[in-house]
Design a binder for this molecule. Structure first.
Ligand SMILES: [Zn+2]
Ligand SMILES: [Zn+2]
Length: 435
């Protein structure tokens, strides 16, 4: 049997890193998968190649995060290898060594926001965002779509790209009224300069394969068709599986494989998935075969029973209605943006952010310059229950000269005063300064 695409695999189970020995986010997650991949002989296919993960650098982290007080104090070496694994996946694709690649790495990253005071939802740094900015730095600017199929809303990735019209973030997840982190509602639709470029698709608990694939065919793929990204990244969380112990969905290994084949991502990065023996090996095998263009029809959980996880007609109707509503919102994004930004110079939002893993509370005031020409100069005033108070001046990627100039002047003139640190981040010029 031959595959139609060259696929790269990068494994990093992080043997020596766990939140605690019994925590669901632990190394067995990937050890089982790795065994299964070897046993099934997936690496015997000529078109599937394993690559060793590289090591991300502190500069890679500082290009997109502001870590308090600094990156070194919020990460371990495992985080650098996990992000490095994602970067390796990107490199082998961008250099044409393979057609697509899957980074099966941990610790995960999609709950890590731009400012990092500690760990949230088992995440310290956002491995997808670090990878995307590595791609832009090394290979030039790209319009990127991130499709996050983890069961939890990827509030970290959403936060990082909230103001960036060149990064479309689409998250399909279990409704935030019923699951951590309690966000990801339809109304969360992007910042004023990037309205419409964050798309949230909350699905009801017990949604099955039918509902996931309906949403993909009737919403996600049409939006991607409109947006025309240069690259599609899949945050490939697997906790929508019907056996997952910490969620309530009814997705299957076959479903994940079909989704992957239709989405056809350039790079997939593993996120969550905590059903270690009953789901992960099958879901990962399905995804790998689909990426490599090999028949995956025989991939099936031993206990698979379609009747037991059939979707109710109410859920079907709910999803059909929601898909219609969200697609209309996407089509109306230009008009809605004009309404919000009309006559505004700067817009501000204040919010509380909770770091459940480290039990830290953060109070954040974010101010964005309304700009027609770029994502807009951003400043963040952040105070955490650790006692740290910081201020960050952030020049967006593909910045316009006016936003850059204002940001530089602002950082120059700002007095450290009551802040522990003042940070300056300019992604295009790769400048990161701390006062
Ligand atoms: Zn998850
Ligand atoms: Zn601007």
């Amino acid at each position: 049997m031959k595959g139609t695409r060259k696929t790269g695999l990068i494994f990093f189970p992080a043997f020596d890193w766990a939140i605690s020995p019994t925590h669901p986010e632990r190394e067995e997650r990937l050890l089982y998968t790795q065994d299964q991949v070897f046993e099934e002989g997936l690496l015997d296919f000529d078109n599937i190649t394993e690559f060793k993960p590289g090591l991300a650098t502190i500069e890679d982290i500082n290009r997109i995060h502001v870590c308090v007080p600094d990156a070194q104090s919020v990460i371990t070496e495992s985080h650098l290898i996990s992000a490095g694994g994602a970067i390796t996946a990107a490199d082998v694709v961008m250099q044409g060594k393979v057609d697509n690649a899957f980074a099966l790495v941990r610790p995960p990253g999609h709950h890590a926001m731009r400012i990092v005071h500690g760990a949230r939802g088992f995440c310290n740094i956002n491995i997808e965002a670090i990878m995307i900015e590595h791609i832009r730095k090394k290979y030039g600017h790209r319009r990127v779509a991130v499709v996050d199929t983890d069961c939890h809303h990827g509030d970290g990735t959403q936060d990082i790209y909230w103001h960036d019209p060149d990064t479309l973030y689409i998250s399909i997840h279990q409704d935030g009224r019923t699951l951590y982190p309690g966000s990801g509602f339809i109304e969360e639709f992007g910042g004023p300069n990037a309205l419409g470029y964050t798309i949230n698709i909350p699905l009801p608990p017990h949604t099955s394969q039918e509902g996931f694939l309906y949403t993909l065919d009737n919403l996600i793929l049409p939006i991607l068709d409109d947006y025309k990204p240069d690259l599609i990244i899949n945050s490939a969380g697997q906790d929508n599986h019907y056996t997952d112990p910490i969620t309530n969905m009814n997705f299957t290994a076959q479903g994940y494989a079909i989704l992957n084949e239709k989405l056809s991502p350039h790079i997939a990065v593993l996120e969550g998935g905590y059903s270690i023996e009953s789901a992960l090996p099958y879901v990962n095998a399905g995804i790998i075969l689909a990426m490599a263009g090999i028949d995956y029809s025989s991939v099936m959980e031993p206990d698979y029973d379609p009747e037991a996880i059939r979707q109710s007609p109410q859920i079907t109707r709910y999803i059909e209605q929601e898909v219609k509503e969200i697609y209309q919102l996407w089509k109306d994004r230009g008009t809605k943006k004009a309404e919000i930004t009309e006559g505004a110079g700067y817009l501000r939002r204040r919010r509380g952010i909770y770091y459940d893993t480290d039990n830290i509370e953060e109070d954040q005031i974010e101010t964005i310059r309304i700009c027609e020409d770029c994502g807009g100069l951003l400043t963040i005033d952040s105070r955490a229950s650790t006692g740290n108070r910081v201020f960050a001046v952030i020049i967006p990627g593909q910045s316009c000269p006016a936003c850059r100039k204002k940001g530089e002047q602002f950082f120059e003139s700002i007095d450290r005063g009551t802040y522990d640190h003042v940070y300056f981040q300019d992604r295009d010029r790769d400048i990161y300064q701390v006062k």
